[in-house]
Design a protein. Structure first.
Length: 195
C-alpha cells in the first residue's frame, strides 16, 4: 500500500489501512498494529456454512450471499429506472384528451317573401302614395304586417314607416322600389295575401 502524503491532523480516511510498523518502532506499537490488523480481517467461516460467505446455487452456478444481494439490488435499480422512465414517479395526472371544437355551420341568409301569417288581411283596392290617409291606407298597413313587413302602427297615415315597408315589399317581389302602391304593387299584394 502506498504511504499517504497527507499528514494533516484533520485528514481522515476511514478506509485507509494502517501503515505497518517500521523496524525502529517499538514493541508497544507493533502490538497496537497487530490489534488493528485483527479488526480489519474478517473471521474465517466455519465448515457449517454460516455467515455471509454461504454459497447459493442458482441456475447451475455457485454464488455467495453477497453476490446474490448485489444482483437483487441491480434488478431493483433497473426496475425503478424503468418506472421512472415511464413517469410513474412524476406525480402528474394523465393528460386530458384534447377538446374537439365542433365544426361551425355557415348559414346563408337570403331575403325571402315572408309567409302569409294572417289570412284575414286583404289588399287595398286602389292605388296609394305617400301622404295619403284613410281606411285604404290602414288596409295597406295591415296587409304589410300580415306579410311580415313593419309599416308601424296601422293608423291610416301613409308616412315614412309605411313607405319604407312598401319599398321592402317591392324589392322582395322584384318590382321598382319607389314606395308607391301602383297597379303592379297592388297585384303583388293581392297575390301574396291569397297564396
Amino acid at each position: 500500500m502506498e504511504a499517504h502524503e497527507h499528514h494533516d491532523p484533520g485528514y481522515d480516511d476511514w478506509f485507509d489501512e494502517p501503515e505497518p510498523p517500521t523496524e525502529t518502532q517499538g514493541a508497544a506499537n507493533r502490538a497496537v498494529y497487530e490489534d488493528v490488523e485483527e479488526v480489519w480481517v474478517l473471521p474465517e467461516e466455519d465448515d457449517e456454512g454460516s455467515g455471509g460467505h454461504r454459497e447459493i446455487h442458482i441456475a447451475g452456478r455457485s454464488l455467495t450471499v453477497t453476490q446474490v444481494a448485489i444482483i437483487a439490488l441491480s434488478i431493483l435499480a433497473i426496475f425503478f429506472a424503468i418506472l421512472a422512465a415511464v413517469g410513474v414517479f412524476n406525480g402528474a395526472k394523465t393528460a386530458a384528451p384534447p377538446t374537439v371544437t365542433p365544426p361551425v355551420k355557415h348559414v346563408t341568409v337570403t331575403e325571402t317573401t315572408p309567409a302569409n301569417t294572417n289570412p284575414k288581411a286583404q289588399a287595398p283596392t286602389q292605388a296609394l302614395a305617400p301622404g295619403a290617409t284613410g281606411a285604404q291606407v290602414k288596409t295597406l298597413q295591415q296587409a304589410l304586417i300580415a306579410l311580415g313587413y313593419d309599416p308601424g302602427t296601422p293608423d291610416g297615415d301613409y308616412g315614412p314607416s309605411t313607405t319604407a315597408a312598401v319599398k321592402q315589399f317591392q324589392t322582395a317581389k322584384g318590382l321598382q322600389p319607389d314606395g308607391t302602391v301602383g297597379p303592379q304593387t297592388l297585384a303583388a299584394l293581392q297575390s301574396s295575401l291569397s297564396g
